[in-house]
Design a binder for this molecule. Sequence first.
Ligand code: FCB
Length: 410
Amino acid sequence: MSTWPDSLPPFLWGAATSSHQIEGDAQNDWTRWEDAGHVARLERSGRSTGHFANPDPDLDLFSSLGWNAYRLSIEWSRIEPKPGQFSGQAMAEYRHIIEKMRENGLEPLVTLHHFTLPQWFADQGGFFGPRSASHFLSYTAYVVDHLKDLVTLWVTVNEPIIYAVMGYSFGTWPPGETHLAKAWRLTNRLVRLHQKAYRLIKRIDPKAMVGLAHHVVYFAPYQPQSPADRMLCRIIDYLFNWRFIHKVDAYQDFLGINYYTRQWISASRGLAPIAAKPGAKVTEMGWEIYPQGLHHVLGRLKSYRKPILITENGIATNIDEERQQYLITHLAAIAAVQQEGVEVRGYFHWAALDNFEWAEGFKPRFGLVEVNYDTLERTPRKSADLYRTIIELNKENSGREPIIVPSTFQ
Ligand code: FCB
């Protein structure tokens, strides 16, 4: 039985961003990380796309591209620049963005934590800090209270496992630590934090739909005939892909899935996956393009019997035909799994517009809309036109039948 409320569009068609990636500089740990020279080519997010200073034209543009939804995140460091001191002005700015979305027929999906922390919170040890959960919950309560009349769909935490691994095990993101055991402990803390945030949001607004955006990789054994590769693959698959979702099962109204790629597991390499086999078709991030993986992953989620939102899926490329192909093949994977009875209720392409790709800086181009970083001019790519055509094809979709996806894109 579907729990998808009638008040929401039957299928959400949109794209996603996160605050720091499109807004740039703030008093957060990432700005400090950039200042310390940890980003490729020593880039800094700076003003990024200029979106925060002038959001209205972007929101008009997004709705003119045919979307009925848009995923964004709130920058905690703007809302709570000092512990316990909330900025009414920053809150009003985000409220304005969401009111403008509503005027434009864009259903908001709002993320509360998308990788960045206020500097004061990071200085107290981030999510290991003594009062970290209560700080996050009071920020959550403040935001939800101020937006509950406009927002139904909430994501508490974006990609908890990626966040933990990159910041605490690989050390390529702040705080730059390299202790696998700490990354593990952090994921357990984030499980509890999500559970608490879920309960809190539902208390403030019982009709809210709350979930998280979980990164799922399609893992496969490098040598399928090797028992060691197969065994390790199963272990990594469980720990990385399913354990978190499993633990928060009772605290999710929908399953938010970020899917990008397949990776290979080889016992000879240990825990570090191999991004692609030689000769594979990869994106500018070096990620293999493998739409069948999305089909597999979504199939595994059927048993949860919850509506699924693809909260991110996209490609870094300067060749827009590749983006068009990526879009079509991944949407086709969604249609195929819907045929098998999996309830997918929305698709958010990553990204709405080009943006600051964390430690990779501005080089990877993920946007349906191109950004000229010198002039801040926006140019929708052909893939945005293709997406609009597909959305148009599906305007009668009741959410109960598979989406229609054309097989060619010329
Ligand atoms: C995801 C992140 C998102 C973006 C894409 C490319 O892991 O959630 O912010 O960087 O990757």
